[in-house]
Design a protein around this ligand. Structure first.
Ligand SMILES: Nc1nc2c(c(=O)[nH]1)N[C@H]1C(S)=C(S)[C@@H](COP(=O)(O)O)O[C@H]1N2
Ligand SMILES: [Mo]
Length: 319
């Protein structure tokens, strides 16, 4: 595996969202200046519905927020999925022909049960739940997303990790035929993420397979992706093909790209600024052109469920 040092990545490849936000605001401002607000919203109506199949047997969860979810259009057209390009609309545009079936997931490492499983077999033991969660991107925007998923704690238990398993590492599919963004070195592919076992078995962690009751659109990480709502969005690795129980901390993509900017923990923390921007506030996508930014909450508002995981840890150093 080719591991590139940060110095090998051109600064232009580490795209900060501030650039995107500015560009988006600029486009929106242009729409107003041109008096074409109505045209712009009429344009939204032609966005095709990229939901796949209706999911059944979904139960509700006490962990869901009662904040209003973002529209399906917002959730499925404003994405980060660099395998399909670095622009916010690129995943929507370029993932339409992506094939999330057939799909296999390889489970390996320090666990009693390991192997390569067809996606449908992998899913069979677990119950589907709706989890309406806030999502806070490290780029200082946020959404509320009505995920459908399975409890990651249940998944971890099912594979019976041994006492040597301290972390769970995940990898995304690495297929340059299907993923045009992989032809560029915007990140060191495959996309990788990881959690401590305690984080993975926290009741909030899920593997999401749906949005708004239907199977998850390709651009949101079909057929299965991680969601950890108290962490920055980049922890939520998409289109997972590998799950590995490890004894040492796995290398993770954004941390490999710029360790001073993106930590392993990546817990949402309004008090720890990104070196290039503040994390104190966030822009809620869909809130409207003139909405104020809102305050970012410690652990994205999920402190009651997760703060105990970080007792005694200096969150400035372990960011
Ligand atoms: N494989 C992969 N997973 C990924 C990313 C990516 O580029 N590749 N982007 C991450 C980032 S930065 C964010 S904010 C979320 C965005 O999820 P969404 O597009 O479903 O809102 O996905 C995360 N998962
Ligand atoms: Mo992100």
């Amino acid at each position: 595996m080719l591991i590139r040092k940060t110095a090998d990545i051109r600064p232009s490849e580490i795209t900060s969202e501030t650039n995107y936000l500015n560009r988006r605001d600029f486009i929106r401002a242009g729409a107003i200046a041109g008096g074409s607000l109505i045209a712009a919203s009429a344009g939204a109506a032609v966005i095709p519905d990229t939901r796949q199949a209706k999911l059944s047997g979904i139960s509700k969860s006490p962990f869901s927020t009662d904040e209003a979810p973002n529209s399906f259009e917002d959730i499925s057209t404003y994405n980060n999925f660099y395998e399909f390009g670095t622009g916010k609309a690129d995943p929507f545009r370029n993932a339409q022909d992506f094939k999330p079936r057939p799909w296999t997931i390889e489970v390996s490492g320090f666990a009693e049960k390991t192997g390569t499983f067809d996606f449908d077999d992998f899913m069979k033991p677990f119950d589907l739940e709706e989890r309406i969660y806030r999502m806070r991107c490290v780029e200082a925007w946020s959404m509320v997303i009505p995920w459908v998923g399975i409890s990651l704690a249940e998944v971890v238990k099912y594979f019976r990790p041994t006492s040597k398993a301290k972390y769970v590492a995940f990898e995304t599919l690495n297929d340059k035929e299907q993923m045009p963004g992989i032809r560029r070195r915007s990140l060191d592919w495959p996309y990788r993420e990881g959690l401590t076992i305690e984080e993975a078995t926290n009741p909030l962690s899920i593997l999401a397979v749906g949005i708004y009751g239907n199977s998850i659109p390709n651009q949101n990480g079909a057929p299965i992706r991680l969601v950890t709502p108290w962490k920055y969005g980049f922890k939520g690795i998409k289109s997972i093909v590998k799950i590995n129980f490890t004894s040492s901390r796995p290398r993770t993509s954004w941390n490999m790209a710029a360790a001073n900017e993106y930590g392993f923990y990546a817990n949402v923390n309004p008090e720890v600024s990104h070196p290039r921007w503040s994390q104190a506030r966030e822009r809620r996508i869909g809130a409207g052109l003139f909405a104020d930014k809102q305050e970012t909450l410690m652990f994205n508002g999920y402190g009651e469920q997760v703060a105990h995981l970080y007792k005694g840890l200096d969150l400035r150093r372990n960011f």
